[in-house]
Design a protein around this ligand. Sequence first.
Ligand code: HEC
Ligand code: HEC
Ligand code: HEC
Ligand code: HEC
Ligand code: HEC
Ligand code: HEC
Ligand code: HEC
Ligand code: HEC
Ligand code: HEC
Ligand code: HEC
Length: 314
Amino acid sequence: MRSLYQLAMLIGCGLLVMQSAHALPWDDLTAEQLDTTLQQKFTDGKYSPKGADSCLMCHKKNEKVMDLFKGTHGKVISEASPMAGLQCEACHGPQGNHNRGGKEPMIAFGKDSKLSAPAQNTVCQGCHNDPKQMAWHTSTHNLEEIACSDCHTIHTAKDPALDKLSVNNTCTSCHTQQKADMNKRSSHPMKWDQMTCIDCHSPHGSMSESALNKPTVNDTCYSCHAEKRGPFLWEHAPVTENCVSCHNPHGSVNDNMLESRAPQLCQQCHANDGHASRVVPEPGIDSFGGGKSCLNCHSKIHGSNHPAGSLLQR
Ligand code: HEC
Ligand code: HEC
Ligand code: HEC
Ligand code: HEC
Ligand code: HEC
Ligand code: HEC
Ligand code: HEC
Ligand code: HEC
Ligand code: HEC
Ligand code: HEC
């Protein structure tokens, strides 16, 4: 049942000399030793002949444990299902002497696990190693040692990571800056879960910067804002280069998710050359005022198709 991938990983780790598991003073082991020891359990440990039944003898009062059977992994969907094979032990490792008082630890997942995230993930990857997961290895999440189970819940009817209405919560439990941004005055409709982080990002990583779904920032934006793609007769260089030079995709206190308001927004790149004095406004009207500032005149900020639109005014 354990895949070749996992075996290769185990050998690659450089194993400790075989020791009888229950004799180990588990609490005295370094994190690294514990990793190796628990992984060793997988290959050398004593699996229970009764599968889930032997575990449930002690664990069936825990409702969370029983919720396994409401979800995908608790059902026999195919030959590859845990329940079609080693059952609980497919993920938690062989029981060994754990049933003698629960002292010998099992492979455990989540924040309280004694096992490192990469070691926990090896268990999942033993079954989930199809090409869809390839980007994971070079992803920031993997390099930051995020565990599969930081996002996914196994003992549940509905994994919150797979639910459009809760995935934003899953992400923002760690990404507090984005949580703050998406609740600002101007933002993508994420606070109502009409849009989610994974509309733009691949949680398992991608070949693009910032794990975007599309090759570039602009391609990501064009997938919904096609009208901004152009080509325009008169382009505005920063627009074709990178939408986030002016917009914060997660949200902003400024209208239209702008990083800052005009004129400051524009003046980051267009030094204030005083061309205002060359512009002749109608008497009594402050053409730079009214909140729109530069946009009062340069309104086609994303590009213009007007023959006389070179200054993005029409
Ligand atoms: C004789 C009773 C008993 C049996 C049988 C048993 N356990 Fe446990 N298990 C315990 C006790 C006691 C604990 C520690 C207290 C707790 O966390 O609930 C525990 C804890 C765990 C934990 C949490 C471990 C951790 O380090 O946080 C997991 C996972 C677990 N058991 C899985 C299993 C699996 C899988 C099986 C079957 C292969 C099994 N148990 C069989 C008694 C048992
Ligand atoms: C013994 C094999 C096995 C192991 C180990 C395993 N899975 Fe699965 N998993 C499956 C099968 C089979 C399915 C259903 C078919 C599919 O989607 O590939 C599945 C489905 C899933 C799904 C989609 C669930 C859904 O409801 O559509 C997720 C997410 C997932 N697994 C995550 C994990 C994580 C995280 C781990 C490690 C904690 C893990 N799996 C360990 C076999 C396994
Ligand atoms: C940062 C959060 C996060 C992490 C970490 C994560 N996932 Fe996922 N995973 C998701 C989300 C969100 C989806 C739903 C993707 C979608 O609907 O496009 C998903 C979908 C899946 C699916 C079902 C759909 C598919 O792509 O096959 C499987 C299986 C899966 N993940 C396994 C894993 C495994 C294995 C790991 C660890 C190596 C892992 N995930 C790590 C968030 C995460
Ligand atoms: C597909 C992998 C997988 C299978 C199969 C599986 N578990 Fe788990 N188990 C996990 C993960 C991951 C967690 C962490 C919490 C979560 O994701 O639901 C966990 C958590 C636990 C815990 C700790 C619960 C707590 O209260 O914190 C126990 C105990 C446990 N599992 C026992 C079992 C038993 C008993 C079975 C078989 C009936 C089983 N598990 C089958 C992956 C698995
Ligand atoms: C357990 C914590 C945790 C969870 C949950 C989590 N992340 Fe992350 N994520 C991190 C850490 C740590 C980094 C690296 C530091 C940073 O950029 O903030 C990161 C980085 C990222 C990056 C930048 C990637 C890069 O290559 O620059 C993106 C995008 C991202 N996460 C999206 C998501 C999405 C989408 C979800 C939900 C599906 C999610 N994260 C859930 C911890 C988490
Ligand atoms: C509309 C598309 C979009 C959505 C939705 C989105 N992001 Fe992003 N995100 C981006 C882009 C584009 C970047 C790259 C920003 C850059 O290069 O400065 C980015 C960058 C990031 C980064 C890297 C750090 C940074 O700010 O540069 C993290 C972490 C991140 N996003 C997390 C999230 C989370 C969490 C969510 C959901 C709450 C989310 N994103 C929703 C487009 C999006
Ligand atoms: C998955 C689709 C989707 C993607 C991808 C997307 N957007 Fe949006 N965008 C929307 C929706 C939906 C709205 C809200 C429209 C409305 O409220 O009428 C919106 C609104 C906006 C607004 C106006 C906000 C306001 O306050 O009125 C800006 C600016 C914007 N998006 C910029 C971007 C940028 C920049 C990117 C790329 C990083 C991007 N969008 C990617 C769907 C998307
Ligand atoms: C030079 C700065 C700048 C860049 C770069 C930029 N925008 Fe904008 N964007 C603005 C300004 C300023 C507004 C507000 C326009 C107004 O008030 O009339 C705006 C408004 C928007 C709006 C909402 C109103 C509308 O016109 O639909 C969307 C959507 C939008 N931008 C998407 C994008 C996308 C997609 C990109 C990248 C292709 C991009 N922007 C690049 C400055 C910029
Ligand atoms: C990230 C830098 C950047 C920002 C921010 C920016 N621009 Fe530009 N803008 C440019 C570049 C580069 C050009 C092309 C200059 C050239 O071809 O000489 C340009 C061209 C223009 C032109 C056409 C005139 C010309 O010389 O071709 C106008 C008008 C203009 N920008 C107005 C604005 C306004 C108004 C804002 C604020 C809403 C703004 N820009 C924000 C970089 C920027
Ligand atoms: C009252 C209308 C008006 C307003 C407001 C305005 N402009 Fe202009 N802008 C013009 C006109 C007309 C020209 C062409 C004549 C000229 O070159 O003086 C121009 C030219 C430009 C050019 C082309 C290069 C140059 O300096 O000749 C840039 C860049 C530019 N404006 C940026 C801005 C920025 C940034 C703001 C806000 C701080 C702004 N404009 C506000 C009308 C305006």
